[in-house]
Design a protein around this ligand. Structure first.
Ligand code: SAM
Length: 393
């Protein structure tokens, strides 16, 4: 096994986002192979894995396949894992964490399977080098991940470590924030590329506006992070990584956050001054605050630029926050706002509550399926033109 050679890379994502991951990997020049609800395979080497970590907006983790094998017992798991040249992958002075996803009758306790994998790696390195790496739960160094389903096991290096959706800019999460990868997929679903105004009333901690600004400025989201799992592997090619980062910085129209590029207006507002303050700080951390205009106001008072664009809203939907009666009124007001003030725009509402979405009272032109923390959601599209039709059914 040689990580510098091509192998199978599995890109994981949350349910419903695999089509967006595919879109992204194809834009990067890769061909998507087998896929399922929460993951997609491609062929590539460790440099490809680094590149994917740097550029992907909608993925969770980039996993490099080390080995796959039939497995009928924890002892067989141990033997198969120990068989790899771990001393070439992890330094004896390093630290590793093991994550197992187990759905098999051949082991009762998933913690026991994790322990077997950890022991196999540590024992292998100790036997061949005389010292043992540390291990524990932290995912900020080497992460080994395995899936044991029925009698089949796949063993991977998780080259991301922490999830890619943890970009690191959201120091102030505020209430019910969207995961960054989901917010990026929502923006992609609207077709936004930066050429038209993007309005985010009810912005909360600013995730939609910040992801839009990152997309508009072609800023690789991975530039925001300084630590990845692959950096702790013995194969890590630091020079290559620096070159990749520099290339990505050159392509980014913000050139490391300096002004000089201004997309069409991106406007983020919220009625809660604390939310807007959090959004502003998060945008600063992300290096895009100069691309977003913030304001504290009721959504209906948001100033809408005259040229047509995109307006995207994520109101509370009653499952975690807010109460239904008040929210019914809010959704009806969103419909009125769209109709009266947003002519020429494409309006979008992201919601997990079909009862509330009916209160908007306008005809949807698309209903795009998403999941937010296992709640089935929809991104509802409304084409708003003077005289937009109200829903009659
Ligand atoms: C579900 S949160 C939005 C979360 C956001 N997408 C994020 O990622 O952080 C809904 C937001 O709507 C705001 N809000 C509620 N009623 C509002 C109103 N009438 N006008 C403007 N904002 C409002 C709340 O303050 C809250 O920040």
């Amino acid at each position: 096994m040689e990580l510098k050679q091509e192998g199978t890379i599995l890109i994981t994502c949350s349910a419903g986002l695999v089509d967006y991951v595919r879109q992204e990997i194809e834009a990067l020049g890769y061909e998507g192979g087998d896929y399922h609800k929460t993951g997609l395979e491609i062929q590539g080497d460790l440099c490809d894995a680094m590149r994917l970590n740097l550029h992907l907006r909608t993925a969770y983790n980039v996993l490099f396949l080390l080995k796959q094998f039939k497995c009928y017992s924890p002892d067989e798991l141990y033997r198969n894992v120990k068989d790899l040249p771990w001393e070439d992958i992890i330094s004896p002075a390093g630290y590793l964490s093991v994550v197992g996803r187990i759905n098999t009758e051949y082991v009762k306790n998933s913690m026991y399977a994790n322990l077997k994998v950890k022991d196999a790696i540590v024992d292998c390195i100790a036997e061949r080098t005389g010292s043992r790496p540390d291990s524990g739960k932290d995912k900020d160094k080497v992460v080994v991940q395995f899936y044991w389903k029925d009698n089949f096991c796949r063993l991977y290096l998780n080259t991301s470590g922490l999830k890619l959706s943890d970009r690191g800019y959201r120091r102030m999460p505020h209430k019910a924030p969207l995961r960054e990868s989901l917010a990026a997929a929502i923006i992609m679903a609207t077709g936004y590329e930066g050429g038209e105004p993007l309005i985010s009333p009810m912005c909360g901690s600013g995730t939609l506006a910040i992801e839009a600004a990152l997309i508009a400025s072609k800023r690789a989201p991975g530039l925001l992070r300084s630590n990845y799992g692959f950096m702790h592997l013995k194969y890590f090619d630091e020079l290559k990584w620096r070159q990749m980062r520099n290339d990505a910085l050159k392509k980014s129209k913000t050139r490391g956050g300096k002004a000089g590029f201004k997309p069409a207006p991106i406007i983020a507002t919220d009625i809660d001054a604390e939310a807007v303050e959090a959004a502003r700080k998060n945008a600063m951390t992300a290096g895009v605050s100069h691309l977003i205009d913030f304001d504290v106001c009721d959504f209906a008072e948001t100033v809408i630029p005259p040229e047509p664009g995109i307006i995207v809203m994520n109101p509370e939907y009653g499952l975690r926050l807010g109460d239904m009666e008040k929210l019914s009124h809010t959704y009806k007001r969103i419909g009125d706002f769209f109709k009266q003030k947003c002519a020429g725009y494409n309006g979008y509402i992201f919601t997990g509550n079909p009862v509330l979405s009916k209160k908007v009272g306008l005809r949807t032109s698309r209903r795009i399926e998403f999941y937010n923390a296992n709640i089935e959601c929809r991104l509802l599209k409304y084409e708003l033109y003077a005289g937009t039709k109200e829903k009659t059914d």
